[in-house]
Design a protein around this ligand. Structure first.
Ligand code: ACO
Length: 427
């Protein structure tokens, strides 16, 4: 039975189709609303707007559920790797051995960058933020690749492997550039995560072989960040891709969106906040009081989420991992104590409870990365490496959707009404 919602406006009544998702989510299809009534909908920040139908990731924010292609994040965190999870997101099912082998081989093959790209890196000032370099260099990849829009299916798989592989090399090189260190070539014998750490930390005279604990922890971080349905950066990738822009250009735009402190940049902001609280001798209670004071301009970074209104399952997994990894690595970090205290107090504070503000994925990821020796400037870059398969999966899904249209929202105009031009000497 087709369900409809009835909208009455003035003397008009119209029936709007109701679309049901596979997990029972309901949405009113308003695509004909303007044509039939002259009305548009207004939803700043798109908090209540479904922009597409998607089969990639399911979130139930009230129950704290996150599933990639139907698989609970907790199961993937326990059994999978980042590379396998990436294939799952991009292709819709878990890979068999042959598929995973082929993907791994492609990732190895595409890891090196064109030698000429070194000149691009050299053009960036020392201390350039790695996110700026990452975005620019992903865009630069378009200059040496075909436009994925016209590419047959297998070429999209090639493009996806190329981007996933090269983003890690670009990320490591952006870090090396910021320190003026020589670039380290990828090592074909190393797997995805270990290879990234090798390119970040090896020296020409000494190879850096990361410990299994660090490799496992980074695998986990990347996996937990791999997709999150229509978040700010993924929506950006889809908006850019909707104009038929190529995969690289679309994902480069995603990096820009991720950079902001209200999105992926929050992992840097959290660490800076914890450091400021610790060094400034501020108590957790004082920090919470400041966060509740709207005049202060201070927010409890790493808290709150547009979708999760109960708990963020990724934060739970990362909190447990941080405890374990820090212990195994023998790292004693006072910032972890500050974070724990803030969380403890916020979870019983009426301001945070009433607004359903809980720790999000960024609250513990920074502490974990710091313990692994990853510099703060690279936190959001690592988030971007992790989110890449999600962006690719969404770009591919949209690319293959015959019903996809260019994204073009409307507005309610609030500017001046008709004016007449005044010559300059009469103004
Ligand atoms: N500290 C203090 N107050 C907060 C916080 C916070 N971290 N987050 C939300 N609030 C308050 C708001 O001021 C608002 O209060 P009000 O109702 O009295 O006006 C209420 O809680 C609702 O918040 P909104 O801003 O409407 O929530 P929204 O869904 O628009 O924003 C966001 C979500 C951006 C994540 C917000 O909670 C925030 O800024 N958090 C800190 C930054 C952060 O951690 N970002 C990472 C998000 S996860 C990710 O992108 C990977």
């Amino acid at each position: 039975m087709t369900r409809t919602a009835t909208l009455t406006y003035g003397d008009q009544t119209i029936e709007l189709p109701v679309i049901e998702g596979t997990e029972g989510e309901l949405g009113v299809d308003i695509s004909q609303l303007r044509a039939k009534t002259g009305l548009i909908t207004l939803d700043p920040g798109f908090g209540n707007t479904g922009a597409c139908q998607s089969g990639v990731t399911f979130i139930d924010g009230d129950k704290g559920i996150l599933r990639y292609r139907g698989l609970p994040i907790e199961q993937l965190a326990e059994h999978s790797t980042f590379v396998e999870t990436a294939w799952l997101l991009i292709n819709g099912k878990l890979p068999n051995r042959a598929e995973l082998d082929q993907f791994s081989k492609r990732l190895t093959k595409y890891a090196p960058l064109h030698e000429g790209f070194k000149n691009h890196f050299e053009g960036f000032p020392l201390n350039a933020p790695p996110m700026a370099i990452l975005s620019a260099m992903i865009n630069t990849l378009s200059s040496s690749s075909c436009d994925g829009r016209q590419a047959p299916e297998d070429d999209i798989d090639e493009l996806s492997a190329k981007l996933m592989s090269k983003v890690r090399t670009i990320a490591a090189y952006s870090y090396r550039r910021s320190l003026g260190l020589p670039f380290i070539y990828p090592d074909p014998k190393l797997r995805y995560v270990a290879n990234f750490l090798h390119m970040m930390f090896s020296m020409p005279y000494e190879q850096h072989i990361a410990s299994q604990e660090v490799v496992d922890a980074l695998n986990l971080i990347l996996m937990l960040h791999a997709d999150h349905e229509q978040n700010c950066s993924t929506s950006t990738v889809r908006v850019v891709g909707s104009s038929k822009a190529n995969l690289y250009a679309s994902c480069a735009a995603g990096v820009g969106a991720l950079w902001g402190p209200l999105h992926g940049g929050a992992n840097v902001a959290v660490l800076e906040m914890l450091e400021a609280i610790h060094k400034g001798g501020m108590s957790a209670a004082e920090a919470l009081a400041l966060a509740k004071d709207k005049q202060s301009g201070f927010k409890l970074m790493g808290f709150g989420h547009r979708v999760y209104k109960n708990f963020d399952p990724r934060a739970l997994i990362l909190k447990r991992a941080a405890d374990k990894v820090l212990e195994r690595l023998g790292v004693r970090d006072p910032l972890l104590d500050v974070a724990r205290k803030l969380e403890e107090l916020a979870l019983i504070d009426p301001y945070f409870v009433e607004r359903k503000l809980y720790p999000n994925v960024d609250f513990y990821s920074g502490i974990l990365m710091r313990a692994m020796g990853i510099p703060t400037s690279m936190f959001t870059v690592i988030f971007a490496i992790g989110r890449m398969p999600g962006w690719i999966a969404h770009w591919k899904e949209q690319n293959q959707d015959a019903a996809s249209r260019i994204a073009r929202p409307r507005q309610i105009y609030t500017g001046p009404t008709l004016q007449s031009y005044t010559p300059i000497d009469q103004r």
